[in-house]
Design a protein around this ligand. Structure first.
Ligand code: PHE
Ligand code: NA
Length: 500
């Protein structure tokens, strides 16, 4: 079969798909606790600075890369310069890894929709999560499966690959067009409900009361950049891939602004809803918001269930809350899985279906093997930390240095954007990307590498960190080089050349 390049039928279809990718678990559970941990209201300053100086400019960068060459991440980097192709493969590999564990979190949320109805966790939500539900054993490596997790993870993969098989327009775009509006309506209802709970104001005060001293702490700024990156799905190859399906004449920067600001609006809305609810829980337990606010996975799967039990009508509230996590997560997961599917498809000139079955199938199998055992939780946590804090940041900084400094392609990308877009970018965009953003990212990367190598992570044993943290990153680097050495089909390169 001759592979044919797929397209988004309209700009609206693309915007929905891009918002679908951006709005995910990161908005609902990550943003609220990151903000809370990093100075509350004052965090909004570094957050906005990061959005404007790194988030939106990098979003434009990804769009320009993907749209200019009409290619997946490896092809887009290959068209920037021969030597930068491994960066595209590395990003593709990171997407592969993230998809593997992201699917598991969605599966948990799916289970919790139903657990909410009768508060299956009883009066020990934390013990239920790690104990009865995940049956988490010692943090070592094991192949003892947990059936209660295995089946939901399989279902998530069937749904995801089903949507992808329907194609870019009829699958990805259509699914996002239905589920993103639904998500917004359901989530607004939750936020309004939460705001009427007694104690809600206390929660909002806890979230928004600014601690300006936090602004002098570099860690707070790093957290802001990290959040923006994860939240906008940039430097994962996702936005490169999605932009490659756009028609030739598309307003790229205008779309980017819509996507960027919608994502942040949703995030702030989630912060309000989550903290209003935590304020209620603190009031009900006669404690402080700081005592009930948990961070990380615990917020959604330990603190929220407790709250659901305490709240009048909590069963329905919980069902809808976890449904929101599932919808937000699925529209993001399809975008992640599409990255390696498109990349492999182009390099080996496979049909869409073959690539989905081979690459998507491989991801599904690895996900099932790693995430549904009694050590899945630790593996997931480690992969998440290394993929995001080292992988993504590393890919972004190396990508900017390679494309910006060595290949000197920023002016070309600028011209590409300006030729078709309403919002023009100029020297400011190039200086911000090639200068400030590159430096901040390099600093983030180096300090993260130092922290992980000297302090380890969460007291996890060395075999877990060595294999699923450092080992995973090392393997991705090797694979990126090997895949680069394989020759491109001449036709693919010619097509990309013609598109430029
Ligand atoms: N941007 C998504 C969120 O906020 C997360 C995500 C990460 C999506 C990586 C795709 C890839 O949750
Ligand atoms: Na997001």
């Amino acid at each position: 079969a001759t592979p044919q390049r797929e397209v988004f039928a309209t700009r609206g279809a693309f915007i929905f798909a891009a918002i679908g990718s951006a709005v995910g678990l990161g908005n609902i559970w990550r943003f609220p606790y990151i903000t809370y941990d990093n100075g509350g209201g004052a965090f909004l300053i570094p957050y906005l600075v990061a959005l404007l100086t790194a988030g939106i400019p990098l979003l434009f960068f990804d769009y320009a890369m993907g749209h200019r060459s009409r290619g997946s991440a490896p092809l887009a980097f290959r068209m920037a310069s021969k030597v930068t192709e491994p960066i595209g493969w590395f990003q593709t590999g990171i997407a592969f890894v993230i998809g593997i564990y992201y699917a598991a979190i969605i599966a948990w949320a799916g289970c919790y929709m139903f657990f909410s109805l009768n508060q299956a966790w009883g009066d020990d939500a934390a013990g239920f999560f790690t104990g009865s539900f995940l049956k988490a054993g010692d943090p070592g490596v094991s192949f003892e499966f947990v059936p209660g997790v295995l089946i939901p993870v399989i279902i998530v993969w069937i749904v995801t690959l089903g949507i992808l098989l329907a194609g870019v327009q009829n699958g990805i775009a259509r699914f996002s067009k239905i589920f993103i509006p639904l998500l917004v309506i359901l989530f607004l209802a939750l936020v309004v409900r939460a705001l009427f709970l007694p104690g809600a104001t206390e929660g909002l005060n806890a979230l928004f009361t600014p601690d300006f001293a936090a602004l002098s702490d570099p860690a707070v700024w790093i957290a802001a950049y990290g959040q923006i990156f994860f939240s906008l799905s940039i430097a994962f190859g996702i936005m490169i891939t999605y932009a490659s399906y756009l028609k030739k004449k598309t307003n790229l920067t205008g779309s980017g602004l819509v996507v960027g600001f919608s994502n942040s609006a949703f995030e702030i809305l989630a912060g309000i809803g989550v903290f209003a609810a935590l304020g209620f829980m603190a009031a009900a337990q006669g404690s402080q918001v700081s005592e009930v606010a948990d961070s990380g996975i615990g917020l959604a799967f330990m603190a929220f269930p407790t709250l659901i039990s305490e709240m009048p009508g909590g069963g329905i509230f919980g069902f809808v809350f976890f449904a929101c996590l599932v919808f937000a997560g699925l529209t993001s997961l399809i975008s992640i899985v599409q990255v390696p599917i498109q990349a492999v498809r182009e390099k080996f000139r496979l049909s869409n279906r073959t690539s989905i079955l081979v690459i998507g199938g491989a991801m599904a199998i690895i996900s099932i093997l790693l995430m549904t055992t009694i050590t899945g939780l630790y593996v997931l946590d480690t992969m998440d930390a290394w993929a995001n804090n080292i992988g993504i940041v590393g890919a972004a900084v190396v990508g900017l240095i390679a494309v910006g400094w060595f290949a000197r392609k920023l002016p070309v990308l600028r011209d590409h954007l300006n030729a078709i877009s309403s919002f023009k970018v100029g020297w400011f965009w190039m200086i911000i990307l090639g200068g400030v953003t590159t430096v901040v990212l390099a600093y983030m990367l180096i300090s993260q590498i130092i922290t992980y190598s000297t302090k380890g992570y969460e007291d996890y044993p060395m075999d877990i960190i060595g294999v699923f943290g450092w080992g995973m990153i090392g393997l991705l680097i090797v694979l990126a080089i090997v895949l680069t050495l394989i020759k491109w089909p001449k036709k693919t390169l010619d097509e990309a050349e013609a598109s430029i």
